[in-house]
Design a protein. Structure first.
Length: 260
């Protein structure tokens, strides 16, 4: 679908009273998209997420904008706890052997005890609840379901606490194996992940770190929401209620959920 056709589709489904004049400059288009999301009430967020031009940040925004009505927490998008920015042997603590084994299985290399200084990352959302507990929330789009991700999931220790159904993530990763997106999605990411497909391995490894390390640092298990679940939530007649139910099932403490 071309940009003009996609925009016509957006406008036809947008909430009544929403301006839909299509700017000529890409930068202005992005600004307008932000205003359109702000103009949409919670019940109407689904129309934007279902637009064929919606991308990763739009999926994240669909969830982030619902969170103030769902959880009693400080909400920090695009942030990262210190212990997960460049975790090495010290930060991994009792999980070091597992983490090193996962890295070796992905690359055939030995994981250095200290992460390279150039390593940086951010997570979709950090939640700090009123009772002081903290939790990571990640939205996983299609590129998080790959052969590399399947390999990492298969290496998780028995009994590890997770904020998502690992069997479903594993099944979808197997289903999409061999269909990983190319281009920048799979480019080399030296020094830890050299070679073609490096970005896929890096992404899978970072997802594993975000799943395995919270318990070491007294955080609640990382919650994952898939792109398909985001679409279902935002398309629901009551997206706030749908997200509240899902987060409760995934491990947000009941006392940390906003009341109906």
């Amino acid at each position: 679908m071309g940009e003009d056709a996609a925009w016509s589709s957006v406008c036809s489904a947008a909430p009544s009273g929403t301006a839909c004049s299509w700017p000529a400059v890409s930068r202005e288009r992005r600004r307008l998209v932000g205003r359109l999301i702000d103009a949409a009430c919670d019940e109407k967020l689904g129309w934007f997420i279902r637009w064929e031009g919606a991308g990763v940040k739009d999926l994240q925004a669909g969830i982030t904008r619902l969170l103030p009505d769902v959880v009693k927490a400080e909400i920090e998008p695009e942030s990262c706890p210190t212990w997960l920015r460049r975790p090495g042997q010290i930060e991994c603590a009792d999980m070091w052997e597992t983490v090193a084994a996962i890295y070796g299985a992905l690359t055939g290399l030995v994981l250095p005890e200290q992460a390279p200084s150039r390593e940086r990352r951010s997570l979709d959302v950090l939640l700090t609840y009123e009772n002081g507990q903290q939790q990571i929330l990640e939205v996983d789009e299609k590129q998080h379901f790959t052969a590399a991700r399947a390999l990492t999931l298969e290496c998780y220790p028995t009994g590890v606490k997770l904020g998502f159904d690992a069997s479903r993530w594993l099944a979808r990763s197997h289903a999409l194996t061999g269909r990983e997106p190319g281009g920048g999605f799979g480019k080399p990411k030296p020094p830890l992940f050299p070679g073609e497909g490096g970005r896929h391995r890096q992404r899978a490894f970072r997802d594993a770190l975000a799943d395995l390390l919270p318990s070491v640092h007294d955080w609640l298990p990382t919650i994952r929401i898939s792109d398909m679940e985001v679409t279902a939530i935002t398309a629901a007649s009551g997206p706030v209620s749908s997200l509240r139910t899902l987060l409760g099932e995934r491990g947000v403490p009941v006392v940390c959920l906003a009341s109906e």
